[in-house]
Design a protein around this ligand. Structure first.
Ligand code: AMP
Length: 298
């Protein structure tokens, strides 16, 4: 089993045993194949991998699912062991926020107020604050994040660049179930019939990507056509936006864009997205090609 640290002292001690290049994969637990893929990617490049498991109260709204979020620590440890993790840092909120809610926080700025940030006010400030703290506490040289949470990934890249964090940010394509559903810890909430309904999200993204050669309005139209056929998927937003500004791309736009969707199925809020290349020869792509140029190398 990987070493486990729950406290700052334990983390300091165990971190001291890791020499050379260290990568971190930050999670909220309830690990699945998506997380395992991030860990394996990190493992291929770095000498050591730290996984953090922390349900960050700061990024949950008062009406959100913090109290029912799945907690599966023993199974998480087995996934970490199988994926070759060296150290698991699993603190409680009082370890991370020693003096209670932090008065000083990272502000995600304007990009943190649209899409997910519009539906979840303050969410990205909470995310960036804990990510910044976990960068410091783990002393990682690189960090692996999933394209599944595209806006989070963009904002972490922006924070690293805007605030000069000495960390290399690496994005990993979304891992899906065989039927297309994006893997998520929150899929555990779905009933069998919810799960059928939830497929409309990934199907819509695929339909949009398949229309990519025809331009933005064709992409949006194709994706929307799938969603309107599934009224039980309560769509929050469906957008085709620029990968770094998150602004709707105009009809003349050609190049990389983010097709993103969010909605509620039963009691569960789900998000998914598909990076696409818009224009001749276009279609679905796994991650954005030029985005690593915006990451700060150590
Ligand atoms: P979470 O535990 O949901 O906070 O996710 C932790 C990390 O795993 C984040 O970087 C997520 O983007 C990433 N992740 C979650 N689900 C997937 C997935 N299906 N494919 C790829 N990465 C994922």
């Amino acid at each position: 089993m990987p070493a486990v640290a729950h406290t700052r002292d334990e983390l300091r001690r165990e971190r001291g045993h890791l020499t050379g290049d260290v990568a971190v994969v930050m999670t909220m637990g309830a690990l699945h194949e998506g997380h395992a893929t991030l860990i394996r990617r990190a493992r291929e490049v770095a000498e050591h991998v730290i996984v953090t498991i922390f349900l960050n109260p700061l990024q949950f709204g008062p009406k959100e699912d913090l109290s029912r979020y799945p907690r599966t620590f023993d199974a998480d440890m087995e996934i970490c062991r199988d994926a070759g993790v060296d150290l698991v840092f699993a603190p409680t909120p009082d370890v991370i926020y020693q003096d209670g809610d932090p008065g000083v926080r990272i502000s995600a700025g304007p990009l943190g107020t649209v899409l997910e940030g519009h539906s979840r006010p303050g969410h990205f400030d909470g995310v960036l604050t804990v990510v910044a703290k976990l960068f410091h506490l783990t002393g990682a040289h690189s960090a692996y994040f999933g394209q599944k949470d595209a806006q989070q990934l963009l904002l972490i890249r922006r924070m690293v660049r805007d605030l000069d964090f000495p960390v290399r940010v690496v994005s990993v394509p979304t891992v899906r179930e065989p039927d297309g559903l994006a893997m998520s810890s929150r899929n555990m909430y779905l009933t069998d019939s919810d799960r059928e309904v939830a497929l409309a999200l990934s199907r819509a993204l695929k339909a949009g990507a398949d229309a990519a050669t025809e331009g933005p309005s064709a992409i949006r139209r194709a994706a929307r056509a799938v969603l309107v056929r599934e009224p039980l998927a309560l769509v929050d937003y469906l957008v085709l936006v620029h990968p770094t500004t998150l602004e709707d791309v105009p009809e003349w736009y050609r190049g990389e864009a983010l097709l993103a969707v969010a909605g509620r199925v039963g009691t569960t809020r789900l998000i998914d997205n598909q990076p696409v290349n818009v224009g001749p020869g276009g279609g679905a792509i796994e991650v954005f090609s030029d985005i690593d140029a915006t990451a700060v190398a150590t």
